[in-house]
Design a binder for this molecule. Sequence first.
Ligand code: FEO
Length: 140
Amino acid sequence: MPIAQWSDAYRTGHQLIDKQHQELFQMVNELHDAMIAGNGKQIVGDTLKKLIQYTLQHFGAEEALMLQVKYPNYAEHKKKHDELAAKAKQIVEEFKTGKLVISITLSSFLSDWLRHHIKEEDMAYIQYMRSTPAAAQLGG
Ligand code: FEO
């Protein structure tokens, strides 16, 4: 059973964002599986790196959309992204230096963060986008 289980409850209705979220769920599961399978540091590290890079790319895409529609809670949403990005940077550093062993705590944290963030912050800005005339041009 994957640690991050996708369901329609996470579907925002925005094609690109939903595609990216599904990819993120898959990557969290890959990290979890690599860790459970006892894969070596290199494989787990590469999987983690790939997940973080994609997460940052996704955050960038969302932030651009929010700016385009002048989303009033942009700063608050970006703060959530920045906090996770800072934590991710710290995780990678600690993993590299051997201070951190990737465990179920990490995949479980990432899965929880992603699920809650989509349902709360992401749903809110997508809903706002829908209520603005500019949304029609942004694939909403
Ligand atoms: Fe889909 Fe705000 O991250």
